[in-house]
Design a protein around this ligand. Sequence first.
Ligand code: 26Q
Length: 760
Amino acid sequence: MMKVKNEKKMETILSDACNKELDQCSYEELYTALLGIVEEESKKQIMPVKGRKLYYISAEFLIGKLLSNNLINLGLYEDVKACLEAHGKSMAALEEVEPEPGLGNGGLGRLAACFLDSLATLKLPGDGIGLRYHCGLFRQKFEHQSQSETPDFWLGGDEWAKKTEKTYTVSLAGEDYTARLYKLAVTGYEGRTNYLNLFDLDTVDPSVIKDGISFDKTEIARNLTLFLYPDDSDDAGRLLRIYQQYLMVSAGAQMILEECRERGSDLRDLADYAAIQINDTHPSMVIPELIRLLGEEGIEFEEAVEIVTKVCAYTNHTILAEALEKWPKHYLDTVVPQLMPVIKKLDALVCEKTEDETAFIIDKSQTVHMAHMDIHFTHSTNGVAALHTEILKNSELNQFYRLYPERFNNKTNGITFRRWLLKCNPELTELIESLIGPGFKKDASELEKLLGFVDDEKVLKRLEEIKRDNKAALAEWLKHTQDVIVNPDSIFMIQSKRLHEYKRQQLNLLYLIHQYFEIKAGHMPKTPVTAIFGAKAAPAYTIAKDIIHALLTLSKVIADDPEVCKWIQIVFVENYNVTAAEKMIPACDLSEQISLASKEASGTGNMKFMLNGALTLGTMDGANVEIAEAVGQENIYIFGQSSDQVIRRYSHGDYSAKEWYETDPNIKRAVDFLTGEEMVSCGCQEKLERFKNELIHKDWFQTLPDFNAYIVRKDQAVADYAVNPLGWTRRALINISKAGFFSSDRTIAEYNDNIWHLGE
Ligand code: 26Q
C-alpha cells in the first residue's frame, strides 16, 4: 500500500478494505478495516535492531484505546477523519466501537504505556513484556451508592494483539504449561514500530467466573490470566499472583534469550544485546529466572549473576510498606521450586556482603523480599520523582543506598503528549500550533515559547473559550454515559486516581461537607462548584470502598437539597478508565493532587491536568514539587504539611486524630456529619460509621491536620477563578508552557542516556 497522503486516496483504501461503499459500512466494519490499515502501515516503520535493545517488563500496561492514537502517530488521523465526515460519520462514534483494554490499575500501568509510545517515537529499540489478561481490571458499578465489581470482557472481536505461533514452556508448581505469545504493534509518532509482547495460556476459560468477579482460584490452567491482580486478600489469591508473575517472567526471559541469540549473542555478552527494566517488584523473579536459564546453558552461577546485574535495572514506584512485595518462602517453594536454589544462593551472597539483616533477601521469618533482590542484583535503582528518590535514599532504602550509592538515581515520570494533548485536546493543540508551530509535538520544551503570549488578551480569550468548549463536551459525555446534568459555567475541580487513603479523597469529601455547612449558614462560594471524582477501589479494600460510599451518599444528600444544590454538585464517574480520563482532563479547571506529603511517589495525572491548562491544588508531594518549581508559587495552590513534618510525625508516633477531632470545631462538625441524620437516611449506617471511626481513631494518612489549610487554599482558588477569570487563564497558559519537562520523551531520553544506552 502507498503511504496515504490525502482524503481521496484514503477513501479508496478504506472502501477497498471494507469491500463496499463507505456509505454502506457500519462503524464495526470501518473499525476492522482501519485495524488492518494500521497494521500494514505500522509494518513500514519496523526498523532493524542494532546493539542493545530494551525489554520493559511490567505486570501492567494501561494502553487505552489504540485506534485514534495509532492513526495520529502514523500521520493518518486527519485523512481518516475527513473521509468519515464526508460520509456523514464521526471519529467519536467510531471510537465507541473499540473496547478499552483494562490491562492496568493506574499510574504504574499508564506510565508503562506512555514509555512505550516515547520509545517508539524516539526511534529507540524497546519492547514491552506483559500478560494478556482476559478481563483485565474489573468494571466498576455503583449500586446503592456502593462499588460493586463485574468482569470486563474486553477481548473478542478484532484485536490489536495478534496471536503468534510462538510458545514457551513454563513450569508452575512442577507442571508444564504452554505460554503463547501475542504481539501488539506500538507505533511511534513519526517514529519506529516496536512491540508489546503479551503472554497467555490457550486453556484459560472465562466460564469459570461465577458471581461478580469470583472464580475458583486453584484451577491454574483455566484461570491464570483471567484478571489483573486477582484479589490478594487470601492465600489462593496471593499464590495466583505468583503464578501470573512467573508465567510472565519465565516466558519473557526465554524470549529475550532467544532473540539475543538470533542476533548473535553467546549469552556471556548478553549485556551488549539486552537491557531489562523491572517495573516495580512484580517482575522481580526475572532475575533468578535468567540466572537459572543461563545456568542451563553452562554459565557458572557467579558469572550469570554478573551478567544479569549488568542487564537489569529496577524502578521503585512506592514507599508504602504494604505495597513492597514480600512473599512467605513456602509460597515460592510451592510455585517456583526451580528458583529457590538460585534465590538462596543470592541471599548467601548478600550475607557475605553485609551484616545488616534488614538488607537480606530472606529474613528471619522466612519471608522473601523482592525489592531487596532487585537492589542487590541490578545495576540501577530509580525513584520516579526527585522527592521520592530522596526519600528512598535517605530513609526508606537508606541501608541499600549506603551499600550502593552509585546505583541510586532519579527519573522523574512523564506522560506522552500524543495521547494527553494531541489526541485528547485537539482544539488546544491547534491553538498552540497556530502560535508556535508544530515543533512542540516532538520537542515538548518548545512549549516555553507560549510564554510570549501570556499577556496577549486575544490568545487568553481563545484559551478560555477552548476550556469552555471542553467543559461543555464533558457535560455532554456525562449526560450520555452517567445520566447527570452538570453546569459548564461552574468551576470544575477534578480528583481522579485510584482510591487510596493516602491519596486522601476523604480530605476533599470533608471540604465538601464543610461547604455544605457554610452554604446553610448563608456563606456562599464565589461561584458554583462541580466536584468530579473518578476512582476504583481494590475489591478487598474496605475503607476505600467506604469512602466511595460516603462520597456517593453526600452527592445525593446535596442533590436533594434545594438550597445547597445550586452551589455544589458532586459527580462520581462510574468505571473511571483511560477513555474517561481523556474526556475529563481537558475540561478541568482545578486539579486536585492532595496526597499526604511523602506518600505519592510521583503522580502523573498532575502532569496531564497541567498540560491541559488546569491549575493544581496540591501538597508538596511527588512530582507536585517539581511542578511548583517549574511554574512558580503564584501559579499553583500549595498547602499542608511538608514531607519532613509528616515523616517526623510518623517517627515520633505521636499523631492522635482524636485530639484534632476534639479540639477543632470545624473538623468535628464535618466528621460528625458523616453519621448525621442527612447522610444516614440516604446511605448505609454501618459503612458511614466504620469510616467515621477510622478517621477519628486511626487516620493513618493524617487527613485532619491538613484540613484547615486545605479549606483556605481551595476557597482562595475558587475566589480567584470567579473574580479574575482572565488572570486565571493567564496562569493556566503559564502552566501549559512549563509542562514540557513532564513529557515522557524527556524521561525516556534520560533512562536511555543514564541506564540503557540502547542501540549502542
Ligand atoms: C502489590 C502487592 C500485592 C498486590 C498488589 C500490589 C500492587 C499493585 C499495583 C502494588 C502496586 C501497584 C501499583 C502502583 C502504582 O500504580 N504506583 C504509582 O506509580 C506511578 C508511576 O510511577 C506514580 O506516579 C504514582 O505516584 C504511584 O502511586
